[in-house]
Ligand binder design. Structure first.
Ligand SMILES: Nc1ncnc2c1ncn2[C@@H]1O[C@H](COP(=O)(O)OP(=O)(O)O)[C@@H](O)[C@H]1O
Ligand SMILES: O=P(O)(O)OC[C@H](O)CO
Length: 495
């Protein structure tokens, strides 16, 4: 019997389970969407029990529908939406509040206070991040401040904090193991990415007790076992989804980069053992690796990427299926002068404007539905372009190739337009489930399914290459207009 690795990919909108064989073929997948909770304008929550139950359900569905025996699953790898914050009672295993999702803006005021106290520089230097409500630290504080009695229990280690990886490992090991990995810790804004320890200053200012924090471990090792139908299966890998995707794209060398087009867009470049401090609005983060020897990455995070296509479908009802966006883009010669800035939850990198909101601008009497659909797709590529240019400035590298993955990378119009905008080739892999593949690599290497990085890299296959075709004057004009539109969306909400 062969060896199989089960990847659990807990994303922002759905939980997925994917089974890989030793040749990296996908043997089966199962996926379940779960509820997005919007209690107030700009707030986003998930039910942690639904995160767990949906993840558990797809895992069991996949096992039930595949021909393999549970005993043939050598290891489980976990990858997750990052920053999303869960606090739970150690005794009962029940969450004390809903998960506060990475997109949630409720702690913008707490972040402003940190900046007023002069902590901006400390946050950048120590955690590698920029002060923003995106990261976990202020979300933990919000729950400790707003749910009665929780801070006291947290001080006694009776309430625990975890990002989604921690929460799933805790649940799957029957409440035995409270850990996270370096990649997830590096997204909390309370972790020192140089000393590899929780940062006392941030814990102090946010009044977060150390007793509630998980132990931080490498991304590839056995954390504990999950008992599945009586069989103990090692959980042997964990990484935040964007770092897992960088790993799954085999960007093991300094200078290699990938962009994932999921709900948001996340551009990461491996920078080796060098932690670049961005001068251009990017963040420094820890890349997934096999050991305690840290590799860093520069990251640009765009909050709304593929989600703008979902919005066209679900709210504007301009399309009935995401795949129609590509068709409509081809129905017009150009964007007709229309630009859409999808700053639905503010703007992430490189602008970091918590108070920006979306706009569609350049509309005339001649504007058609297809122009707006096209403008939405173009906005994904322009936002990525802003990240690419910021990364080139920070590192001095010229990006002549970008690997891509994620749901919206199916859209061939978007991929070609992206190649045109960055004026570099775009390489799309056969396995677009790169996030899950990265988690599988991390777990599979720890469990001996694959020997090393060279072995997994030798199997990586390209599906399609998109080469730039647009002339420079046309590109420059579009980019100029895009930046004008971004200017209009900035600082929209009154503080
Ligand atoms: N054919 C398509 N064209 C454009 N966008 C698409 C297409 N298929 C899916 N998407 C977009 O991709 C996103 C889902 O990608 P996925 O990688 O599954 O995201 P996540 O892991 O963030 O849930 C959705 O926002 C969806 O609108
Ligand atoms: O769930 P995704 O794929 O949209 O990823 C979310 C990111 O991890 C947020 O930082």
């Amino acid at each position: 019997m062969g060896k199989y690795v089960l990847a659990l990919d807990q994303g922002t909108t759905s939980s997925r389970a994917i089974l890989f064989d030793q040749e990296q073929n996908i043997i089966g997948t199962a996926q379940k969407e779960f509820a997005q909770i919007y209690p107030k304008e700009g707030w986003v929550e998930h039910d942690p029990m639904e995160i767990y139950s949906s993840q558990y359900a797809v895992m069991m569905e996949l096992i039930a529908q595949s021909d393999i025996r549970v005993q043939d699953i050598t290891a489980i790898g976990i990858t997750n939406q990052r920053e999303t914050t869960i606090l739970w009672d150690k005794e009962t295993g029940r969450p004390v509040y809903n998960a506060i999702v990475w997109q949630c803006r409720r702690t913008a005021g707490i972040v402003d206070d940190l900046v007023k106290q002069g902590l901006g520089d400390h946050i950048r230097k120590t955690t590698g991040l920029v002060p923003d409500a995106y990261f976990s630290g202020t979300k933990i504080k919000w729950i400790l401040d707003n749910v009665q009695g929780v801070r006291e229990k947290a001080r006694r280690g009776e309430v625990l904090f975890g990002t989604v990886d921690s929460w799933l490992i805790w649940k799957l090991t029957g409440g035995q193991v409270h850990v996270t990995d370096y990649t997830n810790a590096s997204r909390t804004m309370i972790y020192d990415i140089h000393k590899l320890d929780w940062d006392e200053t941030m814990l102090d200012v946010l009044d977060i007790p150390r007793a509630m924090l998980p132990e931080v471990k490498p991304s590839s090792m056995v954390y504990g076992n999950a008992n599945i139908q009586g069989t103990e299966i090692p959980i042997a890998g964990a990484a935040g989804d964007q770092q897992a995707a960088l790993f799954g794209q085999c960007c093991f060398e300094k200078g290699e980069a990938k962009n994932t087009y999921g709900t948001g867009c996340f551009l990461l470049m491996n920078t080796g053992n060098e932690a670049y401090e961005s001068k251009n609005g990017l963040v420094t983060t820890i890349a997934a690796g096999l050991t305690d020897t840290i590799q860093y990455a520069l990251e640009g995070s765009v909050f709304v990427g593929g989600a703008v296509i979902q919005w066209l479908r679900d709210e504007l009802r301009f399309i009935t299926d995401s795949s129609e966006a590509e068709y409509f883009a081809g129905k017009v010669d150009d964007n007709g002068g229309v630009y859409l800035v999808p700053a639905f939850t503010g703007l992430g990198a490189p602008y970091w404007d918590m108070y920006a909101r979306g706009c569609i601008i350049g509309i005339t009497r001649g504007t058609k539905r297809a122009h707006i659909i096209r403008a939405a797709q173009e906005s994904i590529a322009y936002q990525t372009l802003d990240l690419v240019r910021a990364m080139e400035k920070d590192t001095g590298f010229t990006m002549d190739e970008l690997k891509v993955d994620g749901g919206a990378s199916r859209d061939a119009f978007l991929m070609q337009f992206q190649a045109d905008m960055i004026n570099a080739s775009i390489r799309r892999p056969v396995v677009r489930e790169t996030t899950a593949l990265g988690a599988a690599y991390l777990a599979g290497i720890a469990a001996g399914v694959w020997k090393n990085l060279d072995e997994v890299k030798a199997m990586w296959k390209c599906d399609k290459l998109f080469l730039p075709e647009m002339d420079a004057p046309r590109r420059d004009h579009l980019v100029h207009e895009w930046h004008k539109a971004v200017g209009r969306s900035r600082n929209w909400i009154d503080k």
